[in-house]
Ligand binder design. Structure first.
Ligand code: ADP
Ligand code: MG
Length: 506
């Protein structure tokens, strides 16, 4: 008789999935987890400020608890805060968030902050404490844990408490314990703060380390980049599922209206052209579309070449002026030049590349074989896997000798890409894929900066040569003037040596 062989089947929750696969989100080991926890919480704070036009002030403290390898992290910000009804899910339900719309933010999955909290919970079995205010007369406080199997927050100690908020404070404080390794993640964490200070010259960021060292990165400007706006999906990036969802919630009863109201940069004329290609009647009710027609519509949108590219109102680049300010503040270079490229797009996703080159002064030459490359995506510094990043490859491919640049010189490169969908190669969000459109923009941004550096270096060489000549002349010219005027029987003071030298310097 044959044995009954049966698999055991079960469904797991998103929290359970990420609990089992935490390395996907950057929680592989205590060293990496310490860095990722700091980064995820700081990023939530910065998003909460910038999407509401608030100049960020973020305070981070990491303290030892007295138990081996257990730290307590506390992050306080002055952001928009979280309304009472969303606090439990925002901090206790994986894949819940306010960033699923088309708008540039650092977070996008409804995951990072909660993974940090979940990591704290599974390594120390402790809860997270949240205090949040949205600028009203009261603020809220609660303690919670995540029920991993059901992916639900469990409120502790009597639920959410309402506290007076006499100063009408808005912001959020998040505090919990986790098992980590600060001494081995310290280098990365400090790099993360320093590089963040470069890209955010308008932010105040404080960090108190477990050793009690107080790092302060102060703002040097009150100018914030423009707030990103939410936009409609661009037709180049749509698929069948998206059309189905839009059909479900549309109030239009004619296809031509449905298309022109629901897609970014599509007007009536384009809508009619698309419908003609898909052989769909413009007066048809969208709710009556057949599956076959939806597929035809998607294909027509994919093949249509005359769409206007996505506009960049959903993006929030920092601009050359702020980039230069940030670089000057943190690195004090002798020369710096920054550019911003025009908006571009790949597969229907808008993006903008900004880049800068800094030279000399506080910029050190790179270690042999390396490049001083500062990479940023949506204002997040990317610190791991530099050699796999598209910017690294672009820099390696440029003929720098044309610009009189040698990669061993004290040069630092900065590349910032902002997009509603940064083309990261992995979920770990550490390096950017070689998308040809992106590589092209990076290349031209860097080449523009390189041309400026070249002319700076050339004029510097010229200045040095003139200075050398002037030094020699300053030594001998007065004597020559004296001899020659004596020979000519004239008064030596009639020759204005200073004036001659001044002319050379010009
Ligand atoms: P994500 O940032 O990808 O959306 P998170 O788990 O990090 O996912 O955060 C979930 C949600 O909680 C965010 O979308 C945001 O709405 C809210 N949130 C988290 N931290 C803060 C904060 N410091 N201030 C305001 N809102 C926050
Ligand atoms: Mg986040």
């Amino acid at each position: 008789m044959s044995k009954d062989v049966r698999e055991v089947y079960e469904a797991i929750s998103p929290a359970d999935f990420f609990y089992r696969n935490r390395e996907i989100a950057g929680f592989d080991n205590p060293v990496r987890a310490t860095y990722t926890i700091v980064r995820e919480l700081v990023e939530n704070s910065l998003d909460a400020c910038e999407t509401h036009g608030i100049l960020p002030s973020v305070y981070v403290s990491l303290t030892e608890t007295g138990r081996a390898g257990v730290y307590r992290i506390r992050v306080e910000d002055n952001g928009c805060g979280v309304p009472k009804e969303y606090i439990p899910s925002a901090f206790g339900q994986i894949l819940f968030g306010s960033k699923y719309v088309l708008r540039q933010t650092r977070g996008m999955f409804g995951l990072g902050g909660k993974m940090a909290i979940l990591y704290g919970q599974i390594t120390t079995h402790s809860s997270v404490k949240i205090i949040s205010g949205t600028g009203g007369p009261v603020k809220y406080q609660c303690e919670l844990m995540i029920d991993i199997q059901s992916n639900k927050p469990i409120l502790l100690r009597g639920g959410i408490k309402t506290l007076p908020n006499p100063l009408y404070w808005h912001g959020t404080i998040v505090e919990f314990e986790f098992e980590g390794d600060y001494s081995r993640s310290k280098g990365r964490i400090l790099d993360y703060f320093r590089q963040t200070a470069i890209i955010l010259p308008y932010a105040n960021i404080s960090f108190i380390t477990p050793e009690g060292i107080y790092y302060r990165f102060l703002r040097v400007t009150d100018k914030l980049p423009k707030i990103p706006k939410e936009v409609l999906p661009h037709p180049k990036g749509v698929d069948v599922e998206l059309i189905k969802r839009l059909v479900k919630r549309t109030r239009s009863d004619r296809m031509v209206d449905f298309i022109s109201y629901n897609f970014h940069r599509v007007g009536r004329k384009t809508a009619l052209a698309l419908l003609k290609r898909a052989k769909i009647d413009p007066n048809k009710d969208p709710k009556e579309l057949t599956s076959d027609e939806i597929v035809k519509l998607v294909n027509a949108m994919k093949r249509y070449d005359n769409f206007l590219p996505p506009d960049a109102s959903c993006l929030s680049p920092i601009g050359p002026e702020l980039l230069v300010k940030g670089i000057e503040k943190e690195l004090k270079p002798e020369f710096v030049y920054a550019v911003q490229r025009k908006p571009s797009s790949y597969s229907g996703h808008p993006f903008i590349v900004e880049a800068a080159i800094a030279y000399g002064g506080g910029v050190q030459p790179p270690k042999p074989g390396e490049i001083n490359l500062y990479r940023y995506a949506n204002k997040i510094p990317l610190l791991y896997d530099t050699a796999s990043d598209v910017s690294f490859k672009v820099i390696k491919s440029i003929k720098w000798s044309r610009y009189r640049i040698d990669l061993e010189m004290p040069i630092a490169f900065f590349v910032h890409i902002v997009s509603t969908k940064v083309p990261y190669k992995t979920v770990g969000k550490e390096f950017i894929a070689d998308i040809p459109e992106v590589a092209y923009e990076i290349e031209w941004a860097l080449k523009t900066c390189a041309r400026k550096l070249k002319s700076y270096l050339m004029s510097k060489i010229r200045r040095i040569a003139i200075e050398r000549r002037v030094n020699v002349l300053e030594k001998y010219l007065p004597k020559i003037a004296q001899f020659s005027s004596e020979l000519a029987g004239k008064n030596p003071s009639s020759i204005d040596v200073e004036k001659i030298i001044g002319r050379l310097r010009r």
